[in-house]
Design a binder for this molecule. Structure first.
Ligand SMILES: Nc1nc2c(ncn2[C@@H]2O[C@H](COP(=O)(O)OP(=O)(O)OP(=O)(O)O)[C@@H](O)[C@H]2O)c(=O)[nH]1
Ligand SMILES: [Mg+2]
Length: 202
């Protein structure tokens, strides 16, 4: 089964995107596997609403472990299974907490073996130059590495917020030459375009 990894700085909306995109693809419940880069550590099931309540918030590094689910992606008359992997938020520089450093290292390992990389950038923070979510050095490094792969797209998230349009213009000029899809993980906007991109790359 192919792997699609959701990556980006902390607090940009990776986990909310995973959950709402899974819901958009038809899942009512999520069978979530917590894992490091080699093995599954724990499995559990949550409804979409429970998952949002328990796994998403605006504190940085809410997600501290890779978490993955299996989704069916419609392809023509059929569908294909895909592993969607939510990762630990990246930061510019080195984190002081060793657990987060380890989890970031697992995240980078998974990116190397992923077929599809969805790089989420917070367009609203980019518009306001607001740290820590605003795009930074780690986004440029990630784009340089990931654009060598066929299945790489940048998702400009939080397009529902003020300043996101200015942010999107900045993202387009900084990452020109890449596919950039504006989305709102909160309002499930732009998901059709993401689904089409994913289906083309499975
Ligand atoms: N307005 C708005 N808020 C969003 C959107 N996507 C995410 N958020 C909010 O942004 C905050 C962070 O969302 P998460 O999904 O936890 O972000 P994350 O990238 O997984 O963060 P870490 O796990 O800490 O790295 C939460 O308060 C979300 O509700 C969006 O499209 N619009
Ligand atoms: Mg998260």
């Amino acid at each position: 089964m192919k792997k699609c990894t959701i990556i980006g700085k902390t607090n940009v909306g990776k986990t909310l995107f995973l959950i709402n995109f899974a819901g958009y693809l038809g899942l009512k419940f999520l069978d979530i596997s917590l894992c490091d880069d080699k093995k599954i550590l724990k499995k559990y099931k949550l409804s979409i609403n429970q998952a949002i309540y328990e796994l998403v918030n605006d504190q940085t590094h809410k997600t501290r472990c890779l978490q993955s689910i299996i989704v069916d992606v419609p392809m023509g008359k059929g569908k294909k299974k895909l592993q969607l992997i939510d990762t630990v938020g990246l930061i510019d520089g080195i984190h002081s907490n060793i657990e987060i450093r380890k989890a970031i290292s697992h995240t980078l390992t998974i990116v190397r073996v992923s077929d599809i990389i969805l790089h989420i950038v917070d367009a609203a923070s980019a518009g306001r130059d607001e740290l820590p979510s605003s795009m930074g050095e780690v986004d440029y490094q990630l784009a340089q590495f990931a654009q060598l792969k066929r299945g790489y797209a940048i998702l400009a998230n939080k397009m529902d917020l003020p300043d996101a349009k200015e942010g999107l213009d900045k993202i387009k000029s900084e990452f020109s030459g890449n596919l950039i899809i504006p989305i709102s993980a909160l309002h499930k906007k732009g998901f059709k375009e993401v689904r089409t991109f994913v289906a083309h790359n499975i």
